[in-house]
Design a protein around this ligand. Sequence first.
Ligand code: 4AD
Ligand code: MG
Length: 452
Amino acid sequence: MKITIAEILAGRAPEGGEITARGWVRTRRDAKGFSFLEISDGSCLANLQAVVDEALPTYSAVKQAHTGAAVAVRGQLVASPGGGQKWELRATEVTLIGPADDTYPLQKKRHSDEFLREQAHLRARTNKFGAIFRLRSRLSLAIHDFFRQRGFFYIHTPIITGSDCEGAGEMFRVTTLPPGGQPADDFFGREASLTVSGQLPAEMLALALGRVYTFGPAFRAENSNTPRHAAEFWMIEPEAAFADLQDNMDLAESLVKHLTEFALKEARDDLALFDRFVEPGLFDRLANLVAEPYQRLPYDEAIDILKSSGAKFEFRPEWGGDLQTEHERYLCEAHFKKPVIVYDYPAAIKPFYMRLSDDERTVAAMDLLAPRVGELVGGSQREERLEVLTRRMESLHLNLANYWWYLDSRRYGGAPHAGFGLGFERLLMMLTGVNNIRDVIPFPRTPNNLEF
Ligand code: 4AD
Ligand code: MG
């Protein structure tokens, strides 16, 4: 592999000798007798400045090195006399690898997020999107570390499924049938869809391996064109045997805190960009997120607080209704001023698999609500009692025959267990201050949008 700018700036270039930096031209400035090329290769936020003398035999390449062009610059790394950078590359040879002309859409200036969404294939070359996608990568690895340290096994659950985990009817159909074909002739001989969650298969493995987690894509055909919903998003779903709602809340809180601390420590350079240009004060807000225990309260109390808040909501808070994003944000931004875990939701608004309370009014659900994004985590203790589960599924008119395997896990060695799903994009929004989910995933899928 060729050396990257991150490696060069970290001092991994051979001392004294010449190195070659490769990347894309951000800007070129011509001065008397010299040109300055700002080169970025995406390996880090910083650019490398190359200084090219007009007298170089290969100087003509510089004249074609417009913004966006790919170049290789060979030279010596020297302390930079100019302000703004510690090192610069004194060029001995410049090669134009791939040209770009003035139709390159990302000319040097600040572009709007909307414009950059239309250039999703190129936007990762900007400072902001480069920082987001590097953070996405680092956090993914931090998630694996977190679970490995706690004895969780990483499992892979199917993407094509025959069951609707959340029971919300928001599945994308998967078929090989020609128009008008018979379901029995379809590839699987029955209806198939893209999964909305890996939970049900994860439960089976938790009841075998003890502690497991998935980290994969989920697909939802919800027609909610909001800044917080994507049709394809990534979810982290741990599931633990012999765990209850309390354990589940503890795990969710420590995961969110761990990832926030990780970002503050390991991705500080990239985060500084967001603190400066996206959400001034971001560092302070993130430090607050790890400083104190999150607020925990039952749904009943949350509704009381909302009702007596005097705040103007579009949807009136009422016992039995789902919390809207405006309610979630009120609780953590205006009222408690920190993340909030609401638990024990009304049974009627939650899926079949959540554990029913003794009075059958509520289920052992918990949602972790975060400032700016609202619901970040949704989870529950699962219903482990075969008879109660069957009764609940029947009342929701689920086809029990499709779930025989799920019920088997309660028929044989059923045990208390719990888990949750954390939306990866929402976590990134919380950590960067970016307020549209379309801007934290390279190629977002949303209603009426399947470009790229
Ligand atoms: O609350 P949800 O629907 O929970 C489940 O799917 C459970 N089966 C998870 C489990 O217990 N294993 O979704 C979990 C999280 C939400 O809190 C949210 O952060 C995210 O997934 N999420 C979405 N993120 C982006 N776009 C969407 N359309 C999302 N829907 C849910
Ligand atoms: Mg939810």
